[in-house]
Design a protein. Structure first.
Length: 318
């Protein structure tokens, strides 16, 4: 079996532009407010970007976004998220139109909704081409394009025509060719979801979309549904934010509140932004550490997370 995923980046193909509209709803974004942890010690001035049943994504004044556990927030903040305006603001951000660029320069309109690892069967039966037991000719145009790209990837080519694809399928002699596709699920104009392989995206889109893939895959293999849901929500929020801001070089950070230090009433509590070093597949982090000054706080953060580089630092204790 062949696996085609984010590690396969040999394709630089030419393809027709794919123009597919997604259903859109818009709302006025929320204003910045002060958010507080459940102890009342940690605070952050930020704008609501999105939330679900377990997490909330907040946007700081510098444009950076971080994901917090709802259980770590104050009762007042959790009540705020029950307000209809908060729900509308979150949905407006997550549902807003996205346009993703492929390696060929083609554009795909749709919403990124999840990661995916699926098996695709390619087979010729009775003179017809079937993809997962569906006739190729009956597939949506976008999936016909994706099928040809997958076949080209198998053959280590930039592209194949339909005639070349059919000729290759005939060499299978009726045996199914099974390929594992790794990528993202996208909801397109017909409101159906389709798996788009990582290798089809241009470099900027690819780097952003595969940011949480390793964590999602590890959770998938362990049947850890809660961890999978966490990465799915972070992917949805990252995709929505990146397209709206047209900044594809920033993933959403994981906010790691040091609840032990917060509960202890440490007065010199700092939040340090950490970015993964090259080769580190994990997301950025906002970590809370304590120290007599910002330099000590940075040193503490670096010792705890040696695979990261230091970003901005702010004092968060009152």
């Amino acid at each position: 079996m062949i696996a085609l995923g984010f590690s396969d980046r040999i394709l630089r193909a030419s393809a027709p532009v794919i123009l597919l509209a997604a259903a859109i709803c818009f709302a006025t974004p929320a204003h910045a407010r002060t958010w507080t942890d459940k102890t009342g010690v940690y605070t952050i001035d930020a704008e609501l970007f999105a939330f679900n049943d377990e997490h909330v994504v907040l946007q700081r004044a510098d444009g950076e976004l971080g994901m917090y556990k709802l259980e770590d927030l104050s009762d007042a903040d959790r009540e705020y998220l029950k307000d209809e305006d908060a729900l509308e603001a979150s949905q407006a951000n997550l549902d807003k139109q996205q346009v993703w660029t492929l390696t060929s320069g083609a554009k795909v309109k749709g919403l990124v909704v999840d990661y995916a690892r699926v098996e695709v069967s390619i087979q010729r039966r009775r003179g017809k081409l079937y993809i997962n037991d569906r006739a190729y000719k009956n597939l949506p145009p976008v999936y016909q394009v994706i099928t040809r790209k997958v076949v080209a990837q198998i053959q280590q080519k930039d592209d194949v025509t339909e005639q070349e694809m059919f000729a290759w399928v005939r060499t299978l002699g009726g045996e199914p060719k099974k390929v594992t596709i790794e990528g993202v699920r996208m909801e397109l104009a017909d409101e159906n979801e389709y798996v788009v392989p990582f290798f089809l995206f241009d470099d900027a889109s690819y780097d952003l979309l595969q940011g949480g893939w390793q964590q999602w895959l590890a959770a998938h293999e362990k049947d850890d549904y809660e961890a999978k849901d966490d990465e799915t929500f972070r992917l949805q929020s990252s995709a929505a934010s990146a397209y709206q801001r047209q900044q594809f070089d920033r993933q959403i950070a994981i906010a790691n509140l040091n609840m032990n230090a917060i509960r202890a009433g440490v007065t010199s509590l700092w939040e340090v932004t950490l970015y993964p070093k090259p080769g580190n597949p994990y997301p950025p982090r906002w970590v809370t550490v304590y120290g007599r000054d910002s330099l000590v706080a940075q040193q503490q953060a670096q010792m705890q997370f040696p695979a990261y580089t230091i970003g901005s630092v702010r004092k968060v204790s009152r």
